[in-house]
Design a protein around this ligand. Structure first.
Ligand code: AMP
Length: 281
């Protein structure tokens, strides 16, 4: 496995593989990899002859008051995890390799990017769509892998690929959780011991909502209200949003008519965590 820093090195490796008739999978990440990322790489390695993992903390998807500077980074540890999971190449560019100083072209989306995280992070999905489009153009993979952990991101990418005719199959992968239920996240490292315990309200609320839906509750509002009540009982938790939306269009729903995405963002202290479930009926 190789770690490369330039777009040209990625293109050269992919050209070599293509000359041999090999298929290529891409796993876009911001690094500080954990078992959630690993599950995407393992799946990509099972589906494709070669896997490229991008490891890049993308500045254009962070707002001015967000954690761009403090976002955790550890390339050596990431490389070991990628190798073990079966990746062939890590692309770890510096910011100036990805963005010219005078770059002025961005991928803007309306619709699926506007509600949920799009409300509290207004430029986030513009940054995500732009960097993912660039990675698609650099790697030109057959397939790209995204986690259901970021369910809105997955819906946004699917819409972008359809609307812009990228010839790439998008594969969604299930949420990987800690033994006690907390969804794995690079940001969990920000949590103190007390906050780590308090953070369990997210996955507990997911379980509660999921059970209500499976038991036949048809009112999305009742499910969301019960989940909110559970979270609000934890003093360290502050809700950004808990909402039920259509899982494809990401527009609000009042009825649990599948597929419904029930998603949340909750601050535990200063750390903003997300979790969700999809009700498929
Ligand atoms: P990130 O590095 O946080 O931008 O995540 C890179 C990719 O890994 C995204 O597609 C995420 O949805 C996915 N991912 C992150 N955490 C998890 C998790 N706990 N389970 C499954 N996929 C995840």
């Amino acid at each position: 496995m190789k770690v490369v820093k330039t777009i040209e090195e990625v293109r050269e490796a992919v050209r070599g593989w293509r000359a041999e008739g090999l298929s290529v999978g891409l796993v876009p990440t911001m690094g500080f990899l954990h078992e959630g990322h690993k599950s995407l790489i393992v799946r990509a390695a099972a589906d494709n002859d070669r896997v490229v993992v991008s490891d890049f903390v993308n500045p254009t998807q962070f707002g001015p008051t967000e954690d761009l500077e403090s976002y955790p980074r550890d390339l050596n540890r990431d490389a070991a995890l990628c190798e073990e999971a079966g990746a062939a190449l890590i692309f770890n560019p510096e910011v100036d390799e990805m963005y010219a100083d005078d770059a002025t072209t961005f991928v803007n989306m309306t619709g699926p990017s506007e509600d949920l995280c799009g409300m509290s992070r207004p430029i986030h999905f513009r940054g995500v769509c732009t960097v993912v489009s660039k990675l698609f153009n650099i790697v030109k993979p057959d397939r790209a892998y995204f986690g259901q952990k970021d369910a809105q991101q997955l819906a946004v990418i699917r819409r972008m690929v359809r609307d812009l005719n990228f010839d790439i199959e998008i594969v969604g992968c299930p949420i990987v959780r800690e033994a006690d239920g907390l969804a794995k996240s690079s940001r969990n490292t920000y949590l103190s011991a007390e906050e780590r315990q308090a953070a369990l309200v997210l996955s507990q609320a997911v379980k509660l909502g999921q059970k209500m839906a499976e038991d036949g509750e048809k009112s999305a509002d009742k499910i969301v209200d019960a989940m909110k009540k559970h979270i609000e009982a934890e003093p360290l938790a502050k809700i950004d949003y808990v909402k039920a939306v259509d899982a494809v269009s990401v527009s609000p729903v009042t009825e649990m008519k599948p597929p419904v995405l029930v998603a949340m963002a909750v601050y535990i202290g200063k750390t903003r965590l997300i979790d969700n479930f999809i009700y498929e009926g």
